[in-house]
Design a binder for this molecule. Structure first.
Ligand code: HDE
Length: 703
C-alpha cells in the first residue's frame, strides 16, 4: 500500500480512567515515531485492510466483552499463535549469512559443473552453521559438532554442500542415525541434559557401537569447542563424484579452510561462555559482518580415482574414515566470503532447507551408505518442518536461475502457472518446459558383485585404526585435552559398566590414553578390552589433523578487553588501543559502570561492557589498567578478580600496570611470557596472538 499515513502511537495507557480510542491515545508516541524517521507505510491486515487502531480490541462496551467480530484482533492473534514451526530434529540451533563463492582454479578436466569450471565467476551462497544436539534456544558453546551447510545458487541450479566441522561421522549406516541422535539428545524420561553428550544414554550407545570410536576422538578434541564460527573448518565428509563430459568419474572430498585459521577455546572457558553469553557465536558472526570483517574460507578438494581408492588401507565409502592429506593432498580451488547478515532470521536462517540431494550436472553421489540415507531424509523432514511440497519457492530456498517444471498445486503454492499444459510430452504449448541433453546425469556405476542383503561391507570392519591415527597425530597438549574431556564426560555417566566399557574400547585406540582416562575416573584396574574384529594398525601420523600447531599467530578478527576504572592512565589505554586495532583486532572497554571511567586526563571514557556482564571469557586477550586506588578497590570485587583469574586460567595474554597488580594478586595470576607490562604494547600484541599453552600445567590438572 503506497499511501502514507500519520504515524501511529506507541503504547497508550491501558489504565485510562475514561475510554480511550487510538485517536485519543496518540500523542506521546508520535514524537518517538517521528524520531525513528519520516513517513511510514499504512499498517494493514493481511488482506490489505488499513487498521485504524492497533492498540485496543473491539469491545461491546468500554468495560464489556470483546466481540468475535473483531477480525483485526483474531487475525493478529491467530498469526502469532502459529509463529513457531517445528524445529530441526538435529542442528536446530544455527546462525547463517549470505555471501559469494569465487572459483580460483578450474576443475574442467574432471567435471562439467560450471560452479567448478568458471574461474572468477561469483556465485551467491547462503551458509548456515549449527550445533547438533541442542534445541533452537540452546547455547552456542556446548561441546558439540558444528554443522557447516552451504547453499550455492549456481547457474545450473542449487548445489547444497551440507557438511560438518569434522571430516568423519559417528556411524556408517543411515539405519543407525535415529539411534545415535536419540542417545545424544536429552533423555526422554527426564528431559535433560540439553545440548550435551555428557550423559548415560549417549555413552551407552557409544560403548555398544565401536564404529563411533574415531568420531569420539574428534568430538572429545578441541574441535568441538571452537572460538568462533569464523575459525572452524568444514568438510563434506562423504566422497562425491565429479563427472566429465564423457561421464568419466573422479572421486572428490570437499574441505573448507578458514582464512583466520582454526582456533578453539579451552573447555573451562567454553563452559563459562555458556553463562557469559548464550549467543556468543551468533553475536560474533553478526558483529564481524556488520563491522565489514567478512569471514572467508578457502574451498579445497581431494581428488582420487577409483583405482587409487582401491589401494587405500581403508574404505573411503565408510564415513567413519578420512583420507589423510599426506595420502591425497588438498588443492585449493576457490574462496567463500560471507558479507551480508540475513534481513530476517526466521524467513532466511530458520526457513532455509539444505539437502545433500541438491547437486548439479557434473557432480554425483558415491555409494556411501550414510550419504544414501541422507538423500532421503532431508526432503522428508522439510516436508513436515516447512509444511508442504512448495518450500522451494521460499526466497532463501528458490534457485536464482530460471526454473520450470510441470509439478503443480500443493500447500502454499506461490506460482501462478499459465496455460493448459501441465504434463509431458505435450504438443499444445510452445513454451512448456522440456528436458535437455546436458541436464543432470548419474554415473553409470557398475554394481558390486555380491548378493542383496542387510550387510555391512567387510571393508568397514576396522573401527580403531583411524581413531588411533587421530589420537597419535595430536600434540601432547591436545592429547591431554582429549583424555581430560573423556574423563569429564564419563564422570557425568552414572552407570559404572558404561564408563568401564568405554575405557575398554580406548585400550584399542591407545593403551596410554585408556590408562589416563581410567586414572582420571579413579578406576583401580583397567577394564577388559572388547574383541576387535580387526586389530588396530599403526598408520603414519598426520600432523594436519592437529589444531594447536596450525593456529595462526594473529590478532586478526579477535577481541581484546581493557578493564578500566576512574583514574586509569589515559595514555596507556590509548597506546594499547592503537596497537591492538593496528593488529586487526577490536577493543572493548570494560568498566564497573557502563558510563565508563574518568581517566587520568580528566576525560570520561565510556564502557562497551559493564564488568559484571562482560567477563574475560568473551575476549582473546585482556589488559587491566588501573590507578593504585582503583586497583585496591577492585581487588575486593569478585567480577574483577574473576576477570583476571579466568584470563590466566584460559591461557590468555594479560597486560597490566602497577595499579592493576592488586587485582592480579587477588586472582592468583602468576608470571610468564603471556603476562606483560601494559606500557609495552608491542610485547602485549606478540603475547596476545597465541594462547599460553605452557601455562596450562600450572593451572589445571589434566588427565
Ligand atoms: Fe544431517 N540432517 N543427517 N548430517 N545435517 C539434518 O535436515 C541426517 C549427517 C547436517 O543448517 C536434518 O533439514 C541423516 C552427516 C547439517 O539446516 C535431517 C543422517 C552430516 C544439517 C538430517 C545425517 C550432516 C543437518 C534435520 C545420517 C555431515 C543442518 C533438519 C544418514 C556431513 C542443515 C534438516 C541446516 C540436518 C538427517 C548425517 C550434516 C533430519 C538421516 C554425516 C549441517 O534431515
Amino acid at each position: 500500500m503506497a499511501a502514507k499515513r500519520k504515524p501511529s502511537p506507541a503504547t497508550p495507557s491501558t489504565q485510562a480512567a475514561a475510554p480511550r480510542t487510538a485517536d485519543e491515545t496518540r500523542g506521546q508516541g508520535d514524537e518517538l515515531h517521528q524520531q525513528a524517521g519520516g513517513e511510514h507505510p499504512v499498517l494493514t491486515t493481511n488482506q490489505g485492510i488499513p487498521v485504524s487502531d492497533n492498540q485496543n480490541s473491539l469491545r461491546a462496551t468500554p468495560r464489556g466483552p470483546t466481540l468475535l467480530e473483531d477480525f483485526v484482533l483474531r487475525e493478529k492473534i491467530t498469526h502469532f499463535d502459529h509463529e513457531r514451526i517445528p524445529e530441526r530434529i538435529v542442528h536446530a540451533r544455527g546462525s547463517a549469512a549470505h555471501g559469494t563463492f569465487e572459483l580460483t582454479k578450474s576443475l574442467a578436466k574432471y567435471t562439467t559443473a560450471k560452479i567448478l569450471t568458471e574461474v572468477g565467476e561469483k556465485t551467491p551462497v547462503f551458509t548456515r552453521f549449527s550445533t547438533v544436539a541442542g534445541g533452537t534456544g540452546s547455547v552456542d558453546t556446548p561441546r558439540d559438532v558444528r554443522g557447516f551447510a552451504v547453499k550455492f545458487y549456481t547457474k545450473q541450479g542449487n548445489w547444497d554442500l551440507v557438511g560438518n566441522n569434522i571430516p568423519v561421522f559417528f556411524i556408517q549406516d543411515a539405519m543407525k542415525f535415529p539411534d545415535v541422535v536419540h542417545s545424544v539428545k536429552m533423555e526422554p524420561d527426564r528431559g535433560y541434559p540439553q545440548a550435551g553428550s555428557a550423559h548415560d544414554t549417549f555413552w551407552d550407545f557409544v560403548s555398544l557401537t565401536p564404529e563411533t570410536m574415531h568420531m569420539i576422538m574428534w568430538a572429545m578434541s578441541d574441535r568441538t569447542i571452537p572460538r568462533s564460527l569464523r575459525t572452524i573448518e568444514g568438510f563434506g565428509v562423504h566422497s562425491f563424484r565429479l563427472l566429465d563430459a564423457e561421464g568419466n568419474s573422479t572421486f572428490v572430498k570437499f574441505h573448507w579452510r578458514p582464512k583466520l585459521g582454526i582456533q578453539s577455546t579451552v573447555w573451562d572457558e567454553a563452559m563459562k561462555l555458556q553463562a557469559a553469553d548464550n549467543d556468543f557465536h551468533r553475536r560474533d558472526l553478526f558483529e564481524a559482518i556488520q563491522a565489514g570483517q567478512y569471514p572467508e574460507w578457502d574451498l579445497a578438494v581431494q581428488l582420487f580415482t577409483e583405482e587409487e581408492a582401491d589401494a587405500f588401507p581403508f574404505d573411503h565409502l565408510d564415513a567413519t574414515k578420512l583420507i589423510p592429506e599426506e595420502l591425497v593432498p588438498l588443492q585449493v580451488i576457490g574462496r567463500m566470503t560471507l558479507d551480508r547478515w540475513p534481513d530476517n532470521f526466521f524467513a532466511e536462517t530458520e526457513q532455509v532447507a539444505y539437502c545433500p540431494a541438491n547437486i548439479v550436472p557434473g557432480i554425483d553421489f558415491s555409494n556411501d551408505p550414510l550419504l544414501q540415507g541422507r538423500l532421503f531424509s532431508y526432503l522428508d523432514t522439510q516436508l513436515s518442518r516447512l509444511g508442504g511440497p512448495n518450500f522451494h519457492q521460499i526466497p532463501v530456498n528458490a534457485p536464482k536461475c530460471p526454473f520450470a517444471n510441470l509439478q503443480r498445486d500443493g500447500h502454499m503454492q506461490m506460482h501462478v502457472p499459465k496455460g493448459r499444459v501441465n504434463y509431458e510430452p505435450s504438443s499444445l504449448q510452445a513454451d512448456s518446459p522440456r528436458e535437455v541433453p546436458d541436464g543432470f546425469r548419474s554415473h553409470g556405476t557398475r554394481p558390486d558383485d555380491g548378493v542383496k542383503g542387510r550387510v555391512r561391507a567387510e571393508s568397514f570392519a576396522d573401527h580403531y585404526t583411524q581413531a588411533r591415527l587421530f589420537f597419535r597425530s595430536q600434540s601432547a597438549i591436545e592429547q591431554a585435552h582429549i583424555a581430560s574431556s573423556l574423563v569429564f564426560e564419563l564422570s557425568k555417566v552414572e552407570t559404572a559398566h558404561v564408563r568401564e566399557a568405554i575405557v575398554g574400547h580406548l585400550r584399542h585406540v591407545d593403551p596410554d590414553l585408556s590408562r589416563r582416562v581410567a586414572d582420571g575416573l579413579g578406576l583401580d584396574d583397567l577394564p577388559p578390552a572388547p574383541d576387535a574384529q580387526i586389530p588396530p594398525q599403526d598408520m603414519p601420523p598426520s600432523p594436519a589433523l592437529r589444531i594447536i600447531d596450525r593456529m595462526r599467530d594473529t590478532l586478526q578478527g579477535r577481541a581484546v578487553g581493557i578493564l578500566v576504572h576512574d583514574g586509569s592512565d589515559a595514555a596507556t589505554i590509548k597506546a594499547l588501543r592503537k596497537a591492538v586495532e593496528a593488529a586487526g583486532a577490536t577493543v572493548k572497554i570494560v568498566a564497573p559502570k557502563l558510563g565508563g571511567a574518568k581517566l587520568s586526563d580528566g576525560k570520561r571514557l565510556p564502557a562497551d561492557g559493564q564488568l559484571a556482564g562482560t567477563p574475560s571469557t568473551v575476549f582473546d586477550a585482556v589488559a587491566v589498567v588501573l590507578s593504585a586506588e582503583s586497583g585496591k578497590l577492585l581487588s575486593k570485587e569478585a567480577a574483577a578478580v574473576d576477570f583476571v583469574r579466568d584470563a590466566w586460567g584460559h591461557l590468555k595474554a594479560i597486560a597490566f600496570d602497577a595499579g592493576a597488580q592488586a587485582v592480579l594478586k587477588a586472582g592468583g595470576v602468576g608470571k610468564d611470557a603471556g603476562t606483560v607490562d601494559a606500557g609495552d604494547a608491542k610485547a602485549f600484541i606478540q603475547a596476545a596472538k597465541v594462547r599460553q599453552w605452557d601455562r596450562e600445567k600450572k593451572v589445571r590438572m589434566l588427565a
